[in-house]
Design a protein around this ligand. Structure first.
Ligand code: CAO
Length: 463
């Protein structure tokens, strides 16, 4: 009997993914839980395991194609179908989306969504022909354009939120969390007007649907010249990561009043400690790096300065203070910038942080990070010092309110006790959201970070 394997839920608010690799061929025998395709979403690249076993009869997706959650990926002949597979012959126009909850009978979602925000099975009505053909390497028009009638989302501690995919897309393009939008439609359903009204209240420009180019910081009203007039050009489709990066950074840059504070930490002593304890950390499976040390110091600084571990909720006239401390680390990968998150840095010792950071950066570079690992950061560190540079102004990683930029350390003459001494100095730049953080606090925070680097005892004393 032929069974269909459909794209399972990939995570909260994720409706589709771009197929970056098909890992099986027609005629292959596959086992349950065997990864069969690799999918890229705006948050992570995931290997998607099959929920069925047997012989692959048909492959319904291609590399480069956008595939909707619930769309058929494979048709597999016999061999132990899991519960979520539907009969291949069934041409129902309202097939249920696959079960998102890991269970004994359903295949696990490729990446478990964060426990606190794991959605209930989504009541999305999936159209049979959800997958659009596309030549390899190009993106199709958004699959969201084929709009299912209604969807229900849930999020932690909140009632179900009803919003159609187009409304959720509108919210996403503007940069809003649809779960925060009060719905005025029937039964509390969120309408496009609700999203725009909410955006206006948040001081966000929602004049119509902001076109993606405008969201990415390139004003739509400026038409591009015909560059081919001056020489040969090549057009390439933007990757999902590049597009999402452009949208997010464009939004953050235009909406957050940034201030960047600069300072320098004397890391002469720290560099000696790194040399002295490096082998010990290496034996534990990690690398004792400046980034890991800064993550620990930043975690302590967030406890001392809680306004840096906050998020502005304009709509409710509130500031949300997080009681946990997850640090995002900017990682340079061949797919572009990714920011996986180190969890509960304040509760872990430095060796643990080093080991986790080593593994996390490696997973980010090899497309192995889970969605959970890409979410929930409180504060971000971007270390460009391994590459070079004397300073830069990082952009705040919304909805966080501050980010620490790290540049390359250098030996400099520092005037101490009446004489110049050669000291290794680390340039740091702290960008922050001036709506939430005052300049004096920005200066105090960064100074404290520098002092804690120079005298780590401060972390125990005050962090
Ligand atoms: N000054 C001088 N040297 C530095 C340094 C600094 N600030 N930071 C790192 N280095 C050195 C390290 O000591 C290491 O040297 P060795 O190989 O001799 O030990 C080398 O640079 C590489 O460092 P690393 O990558 O092993 O470790 P890390 O923890 O310092 O960095 C990570 C980890 C993930 C932050 C880094 O690899 C990376 O991806 N950086 C780029 C981040 C980025 O793209 N930011 C931009 C975001 S905004 O567009």
């Amino acid at each position: 009997m032929a069974t269909e394997f459909r794209l399972p839920e990939l995570g909260e608010n994720i409706e589709s993914g771009k197929v970056t690799r098909v890992m099986v061929s027609v005629g292959d025998t596959i086992a349950q839980d065997q990864p069969v395709i690799e999918v890229e979403t705006d948050k992570a690249a995931l290997e998607v395991p099959s929920s069925v076993s047997g012989t692959v009869k048909e492959i319904r997706v291609k590399e480069g194609q956008d595939v909707k959650v619930g769309a058929v990926v494979l048709v597999v002949e016999a061999g132990g179908a899991a519960s979520q597979a539907a009969p291949a012959a069934a041409k129902a126009t309202k097939a249920p989306a696959p079960d998102v909850k890991p269970s004994a009978t359903a295949a696990p979602a490729p990446v478990p969504a964060p426990r606190a925000t794991a959605p209930e099975p989504v009541a999305v009505e999936v159209e049979e022909e959800a997958v659009e053909e596309a030549p390899a390497g190009t993106e199709t028009a958004s699959p969201e354009d084929a709009e299912p009638p209604e969807a229900v989302e849930r999020h932690a501690g909140a009632a179900a939120v009803a919003a159609s995919p187009s409304v959720r897309r509108l919210a996403r393009e503007i940069g809003l969390d649809v779960n925060q939008v009060p719905g005025t439609g029937k039964g509390g359903r969120i309408t496009p007007e609700d999203v725009k009204a909410y955006a206006r209240r948040m001081n966000v420009d929602a004049g119509g649907v902001t076109p993606p180019r405008a969201a990415a910081g390139a004003p739509a009203e400026l038409p591009l010249p015909d560059f081919a007039r001056w020489g040969e050009i090549e057009r390439r489709a933007m990757s999902t990561v590049r597009r999402r990066t452009a949208e997010r950074l464009g939004h953050a840059w235009s909406q957050i009043p940034h201030v960047t504070q600069f300072d320098k930490a004397d890391v002469t002593g720290l560099e000696d400690l790194r040399k002295r304890y490096g082998k010990q950390v290496e034996a534990a499976g990690g690398k004792l790096t400046v980034t890991a040390i800064l993550a620990k110091v930043a975690a302590a600084a967030l406890r001392k300065f809680p306004q840096f571990n906050s998020t502005l909720d304009f709509a409710r006239d509130e500031i949300i203070y997080k009681q946990y401390c997850h640090i995002g680390i900017a990682v340079d990968t061949d797919r572009g910038l990714l920011v996986p998150v180190l969890r509960d840095v304040d509760t872990k010792n430095l060796t643990q942080v080093c080991v986790e950071l080593t593994q996390l950066a490696e997973r980010a570079r090899t497309k192995k990070t889970t969605l959970d690992e890409m979410q929930g950061g409180c504060f971000t560190i971007s270390n460009l010092g391994g590459i070079g540079g004397t300073g830069f102004t990082p952009i705040v990683n919304e909805p966080e309110v501050a980010i620490l930029g790290v540049s390359r350390n250098a030996v400099e003459p520092v005037y101490i006790n009446g004489e110049f001494q050669p000291r290794t100095m680390l340039p740091l730049s702290l960008s922050y959201d001036h709506r939430v953080i005052d300049g004096a606090d920005g200066a105090r925070f960064l100074r404290w970070v520098c002092e804690a680097i120079e005298n780590p005892f401060l972390v125990f004393l005050e962090g």
